[in-house]
Write a protein that binds this ligand. Structure first.
Ligand SMILES: [Zn+2]
Length: 379
């Protein structure tokens, strides 16, 4: 058999397959692809449907900051899935971010989407949440540009997929945006108004990312130490899910920024089923760097020195460990060759760590058996 047997399934099949279940599907971000095999193996062993994703900043036509183009990312994920013989995963374009919304940016975004489709992506997240009109008097006015750009790109994807099913994520409320009073959270009427407007344009997203208190990456205390906490506003998240349901909108919530949330708290307190997609990104990068620290101390030291030298000037007053933690992602492309040619013992440790950590995530997300459900749907 060819690799096709273990190729990605449509994201839409995953979201409809788990509909009504109190489960969260992990969307793993393998910025360093060496973690993928362990994640796939744990998904297979727990019968958990899975999403593999990278954001535009991480993976674009020039390789983003991970050094992976869409086709290289796809190749690496397909390879890992085939090795493990796991057949229930989606290849997702996370944060296809549009910041200005002008013609040039839309055009370059379409080129990226073409490359993603050519590489076999089965799911897409359009993120035009930055296009927020703070002078708008109604929800519609505030979200007008987001609605326009999201609709145009979603319809473009639909057209280019030529009848093939795909998953669609949209975003309202920029994740991590703050004002004088702190994080700005998405309101239920914004989420509802946004999805309704998209529906009117013939666009039907499966999941919506909201601003509900999380931030991307780690958060730190004054000494630069990583803080572990439950930062999402559970009550607001439930209100938004409830409002979407009451308006007959079949849209689940995509939770971004899960790194740093203790898994026992995810397990006990996350509204599973309201949240249906859980993005785990920086966590996997930490797994690799923590392994390199011990297995490849010389490489780790080089990465550390390069990162600190480059990013110290822009971060006056910050502790080195925070500067490293926040910027080591930019070293991935710089040290691409070295990171992907470490000793087999190192890769083995990364695989084992990724496997074990994935088991814990799948447990916390209650995702066991979801792969079988999705496959039933596909038949
Ligand atoms: Zn995100």
């Amino acid at each position: 058999m060819t690799g096709k047997m273990y190729g990605p399934v449509p994201g839409s099949a995953i979201f409809s397959g788990i509909s009504g279940r109190k489960s969260i599907i992990m969307a793993a971000n393998p910025r360093i692809a060496s973690v993928a095999e362990g994640i796939f193996r744990a998904a297979k062993d727990t019968d958990s449907a899975l999403i593999m994703e990278l954001a535009r900043s991480e993976c674009d036509l020039k390789g983003g900051y991970t050094g992976m183009t869409p086709s290289l990312f796809s190749e690496k994920m397909n390879e890992a899935a085939e090795k493990v013989q796991f057949d229930c995963w989606a290849l997702h374009a996370d944060h296809i971010t549009i910041k200005k919304g002008d013609a040039a940016e839309i055009e370059s975004t379409k080129q990226l989407i073409d490359a993603q489709i050519a590489a076999g992506y089965t799911s897409f997240a359009i993120d035009a949440s930055h296009l927020f009109n703070f002078n708008g008097k109604t929800v519609r006015e505030e979200l007008e540009d987001n609605i326009r750009v999201t609709s145009e790109l979603a319809l473009y994807i639909k057209n280019r997929m030529k009848g093939k099913e795909f998953g669609l994520e949209v975003e309202v409320g920029e994740i991590g945006r703050k004002d004088a009073e702190g994080l700005i959270l998405t309101k239920p009427q914004e989420a509802v108004g946004f999805v309704k407007a998209l529906n009117e344009n013939g666009v039907y997203p499966h999941v919506i990312a909201i601003a509900n208190g999380s931030t991307h990456g780690h958060t730190y205390d004054a000494d630069g130490n990583v803080i572990e906490q439950l930062s999402i506003d559970i009550a607001r998240t439930k209100e938004i899910a409830q409002a979407l349901r009451e308006n007959n909108l079949q849209v689940g919530i995509a939770q971004h920024g899960i790194t740093g949330t203790p898994r026992e708290l995810i397990n006990l307190h996350f509204p599973k089923g309201d949240i249906v997609k859980g993005n785990v990104a920086t966590f996997w990068q930490d797994v690799v760097f923590n392994t390199l620290k011990v297995y490849e101390p010389a490489l780790y030291r080089n990465i550390q020195e390069w990162t600190l030298e480059k990013y110290r000037p822009a971060n006056p007053g910050k502790k080195d460990r925070q500067i490293f933690s926040g910027n080591c992602k930019f070293a991935i492309k710089e040290f691409f060759k070295e990171i992907y040619s470490v000793e087999e013992q190192t890769d083995k440790a990364i695989r084992a760590m990724a496997y074990a950590e994935s088991l814990v995530f799948f447990r916390a997300f209650s995702s066991a058996k979801t792969a079988s459900l999705v496959k039933k749907k596909l038949l």
